[in-house]
Design a protein around this ligand. Structure first.
Ligand code: IMP
Ligand code: MG
Length: 176
């Protein structure tokens, strides 16, 4: 395992992202919707830097098995009322963008007043959709990262930095 982005670099990126959110959302109450589970650590850091009345809700999106994309499923059971609210959608990483696109479409169906999106990390050169996140913390090359909420098969979320996995860190992969 190799550290790609240090704890200090992540803290500086979230500070900058939070100041962009504060400037652009200019004090209006926000409903922060976090995409579980990868965004938990980013969510906790970000909301403590937003000095506005805010609500927090969660949804769950799953698409990965190991390091390969699978079918996307989104669970909205825990989504609070967002009709007429200004929503800030928070996710861990924007890779192909399919997750964010699908989630935004689903949330639009509940008629919020506005939706903007914030991701901790964007992978460069991978985007396959027309939409982009409104706020981006860090940009990284096309490598599989773990830590700071991001997982490999549900492990490593607790690392306080972002690390790349070496092949020796990967368990047996399911047959294609
Ligand atoms: P997308 O739909 O391709 O943009 O993928 C977004 C989701 O895939 C993220 O919310 C993550 O859960 C997962 N993901 C993508 N790349 C990585 C990675 O490098 N490490 C861990 N999870 C990832
Ligand atoms: Mg995720």
């Amino acid at each position: 395992m190799k550290v790609l982005i240090t704890t200090e670099e992540i803290a500086a990126a979230i500070e900058r992202l939070a100041s962009e959110v504060r400037a652009r959302e200019s004090g209006k109450p926000l409903t922060v919707i976090a995409v579980m589970t990868g965004s938990i650590v980013f969510l906790a850091d970000l909301i403590r830097k937003l000095d506005v009345p805010l609500r927090v809700g969660v949804i769950q999106a799953r698409s990965y098995s190991g390091t390969s994309r699978g079918e996307l499923s989104v669970n909205l059971d825990m989504l609070p009322e967002i009709t007429g609210h200004d929503v800030l959608l928070v996710d861990d990483i924007f890779d192909t963008g399919h997750t964010l696109q699908e989630v935004i479409q689903l949330l639009q169906g509940r008629s919020p007043r506005s939706i903007r999106s914030a991701v901790l990390v964007r992978k460069l050169g991978k985007q396959q959709v027309a939409i982009s996140p409104d706020y981006v913390g860090l940009e990284i090359p096309d490598v599989f990262v773990v830590g700071y909420g991001l997982d490999y098969n549900d492990t490593y979320r607790n690392l306080p930095y972002l690390a790349t996995l070496e092949s020796t860190d990967l368990g047996p992969q399911p047959a294609p």
